[in-house]
Design a binder for this molecule. Sequence first.
Ligand code: ADP
Length: 411
Amino acid sequence: MSATATRVLVLNSGSSSVKYQLLDMGAEPDGGSAAGTRLAVGLVERIGEESSRLVHTPLAAGGETRETEGAMADHEAALKAVAAELAADGLGLDSPELAAIGHRVVHGGLKFTAPTVIDDAVLAEIERLVPVAPLHNPANITGIRTARALRPDLPQVAVFDTAFHTTMPEHAARYAIDVATADAHRIRRYGFHGTSHAYVSRKTAELLGKDPSEVNVIVLHLGNGASASAVAGGRCVDTSMGLTPLEGLVMGTRSGDIDAAVTFHLKRVAGMSTDEIDELLNKKSGLIGLCGDNDMREIRRRIDEGDERARLAFDIYIHRLKKYIGAYSAVLGKVDAVAFTAGVGENAAPVREAAVAGLEEMGLAVDATLNAVRSGEPRLISPDYARVAVAVVPTDEELEIAQQTYALVNA
Ligand code: ADP
């Protein structure tokens, strides 16, 4: 790597999409720009279809968003198109300023507890984890292979969604099932959204003016997927997602916690296949299953119009959230802050208000005026008297991936 190589390309490869950001991780000594400046962001969607679409915004050049439509047969075609867009802005993959590519990888199992430079052995291990992450790891692997083929000489780093949770103690990570069966099939609670939980818990400590090692934080990552985590002194001690992202909170389209016997019932009594049950619980449940909408904005609008189904969906969502706040308060013993993040957590004031309502005895309260403020900055929304800080902390998974990648290649 040359001394001037400070850029990191972050790739988040899904089954039919690639999201990307190019960040400059070198701070200018005169303070002209902070480390983490975004040079370009974009997304390719509908890969493999006739109507693939690339949306690219060259932020560095103050350039306008460009959209390209047309068939992109596979991830290779998509990444080549992204490389061409970057090159058109003078930010090409062949630039000596590119230090590394950081890949989001969903499942790192127990082995990957930290970001890892990808070589053939690492790639093989990520492949070995496909049975526990059949929906996610294959797409991540395709992204890695394609990027390595384009720039074989460049360090490529895998940043795992599960890594932050590998500090969970055995009593939080194990399901209470037969140990031999669990171990034979690697069945345990891994947790996801770890990059976000790591970033937000650290930022929350910063907001409180403390070192992460000094504070206990409950992080509520409420996006379309949603998860809670209990972070003690900077280390995750419990999280709500499990073997897969299905467990835990009520989500946009996932049920979250459910009696496992419901699946037997659906099979034996309703005659559904395993794939149908998978689809029901992952894609047709949660908010969308309860009321037909998974967007919290729409649900709030319907509630304001007196829609009872939307109201019940909201109440079930909040009830589950409260249960996790209570459970993680007990797990942590002492809570310094509850931090809301992601699409719903950052934007939906009524969710924050309702999740904390009635928890005054636990030291939790929200100030209505502070809660109503809209901002992209980390901020406190609890009144001064509250024993526990309630915060809104925008997540930034791409920045976290870029930071971890850059730190590793410069180590
Ligand atoms: P993902 O899990 O797809 O990364 P996000 O973190 O982007 O999800 O969150 C998307 C969700 O955030 C939407 O489905 C919607 O429910 C919610 N959301 C986004 N903006 C708002 C808003 N202004 N008010 C309420 N909810 C919002």
